[in-house]
Design a protein around this ligand. Structure first.
Ligand SMILES: *Cc1c(COP(=O)(O)O)cnc(C)c1O
Length: 397
């Protein structure tokens, strides 16, 4: 059994705070500050440009990619880090469209994260030629796949409701009709076991600053199935995706396999933080993580429903149909979340009316959940949210 008390001790959490927002920005792993300081002082400071070779900086996007591959059921050697998730969505989507040149539709759902949809729209505009993004309700995706669809682009777990798509079934349905799949694992990687290879996924992307705790601005990752790795054309053909970057050839020739999805210089300080963050996962069994997160979510749902009848559950109760977050709806969701934060329970508000909490067993336990339920119950029963101080919206909600 995974020792979650031990993993909790590996994070530096502020005294008195119950942090139910690790699904949005993971907390600081204790090892990260020292690892980043070491990279700055010993590597950048002492080696300067020699760090690219001597400290192995140039290999980090691939070596850390292999460690993430192990967490998402991907083949070793087929995940690479770099850029942000929005950029990786663009790259993967452009490659998928290029592989289905006679088809014009990107199929997604209305629960997808806006950035993914905006990127798809922008790509369609750039390509012209009748390319279009079609969105349907999350439950209707399977029925909307037809032979006009080039790529089915889905975020596995709905950021707002926590509803989880059936990756194996939808991938099989897409393949049955000749479409490719792009899975966004933003709310999956580090949240529960993912089985990309077993599901036959074509492309996948995800970020590292949510459940993987790499810190604000940590790089994203991209996976391309070994079936396509040497065929996918990288739309962002940067020099580090070239077969021989240091030959400085005038013409682009795509590198082998996943290396072609690299674009430019990797963010070494963020990768150092990610390396320390991934150490936390060394003794973690993802099945234990999943059972623990389900138990925490069940405890939270039962506690909140018993004490707060005005809050409406937006997340599936069925274990298989949800990710690792729970959302309740209420017209005053924003003010309620502000009142929770003021009392040391940090989750987030998602427009228009969602109170969202992430359950991350690496550092959240049953005691934290009991405290969160108590605080929320006190706020609802005493209308503590009804305070002008909780109505003003900050730039980042
Ligand atoms: C968090 C998130 C993003 C954020 O993209 P960035 O480029 O890292 O800002 C994109 N898509 C999904 C589904 C997300 O959950």
């Amino acid at each position: 059994m995974t020792d979650f008390a031990a993993t909790k001790a590996m994070f530096d959490l502020p005294q008195g705070m119950t942090y139910l927002d690790g699904n949005s920005l993971g907390p600081l792993p204790r090892g990260a500050a020292a690892r980043v300081a070491q990279t700055i002082t010993d590597e950048w400071g002492q080696m300067l440009i020699g760090g690219w070779n001597r400290a192995g900086w140039m290999d980090l996007p691939r070596s850390l990619g292999d460690r993430i591959a192990a967490l998402i059921g991907a083949e070793t050697g087929h995940v690479v880090l770099g850029d942000t998730l929005s950029i990786k969505v663009y790259q993967a989507l452009a490659s998928a469209l290029d592989m289905r040149p006679t088809r014009r539709v990107i199929l997604s759902d209305t629960g997808n994260f806006p950035s993914d949809l905006y990127i798809a729209e922008g790509l369609c505009r750039t390509l012209g030629n009748g390319y279009r993004l079609k969105t349907v309700a999350p439950e209707d995706v399977a029925g909307a796949i037809d032979d006009s669809v080039a790529a089915v682009m889905l975020t596995e777990v709905d950021y707002r409701t926590g509803r989880r798509h059936d990756m194996a079934a939808l991938t099989a349905a897409a393949h049955g009709l000749g479409a490719l799949t792009l899975w966004d694992l933003a709310h999956s990687a580090g949240a529960f076991p993912v089985h990309l290879a077993a599901c036959g996924a074509d492309f996948a992307v995800g970020c590292t600053y949510k459940y993987l705790n790499s810190g604000p601005g940590g790089p994203a990752f991209i996976y391309v199935s070994p079936r396509h790795a040497d065929a996918a054309r990288p739309a962002l053909s940067g020099w580090l995706g070239h077969e021989a970057p240091f030959a400085f050839a005038l013409e682009y020739r795509a590198g082998a396999g996943i290396d072609r999805m690299r674009v430019g210089t990797p963010p070494i300080l963020q990768l150092a933080a990610l390396e320390a963050a991934l150490d936390v996962w060394n003794g973690v069994d993802l099945n234990d993580l999943r059972s623990a997160s389900q138990a925490l979510m069940d405890q939270y749902i039962a506690g909140v429903e018993a004490a707060c009848p005005d809050l409406i559950l937006a997340t599936p109760r069925n274990h298989g149909a949800r990710g690792s977050q729970v959302s309740f709806r209420h017209p005053q969701a924003y003010a309620i979340m502000q009142a929770m934060i003021a009392r040391g329970v940090v989750g987030d508000f998602r427009a228009p009316d969602v109170i969202r909490c992430g359950f991350t067993p690496l550092f959240i336990d049953a005691g934290d959940v009991a405290r969160a339920v108590d605080v929320l119950a006190g706020i609802m029963q005493n209308r503590l949210w009804d305070n002008p101080a909780y109505q003003t919206r900050a730039k980042v909600t």
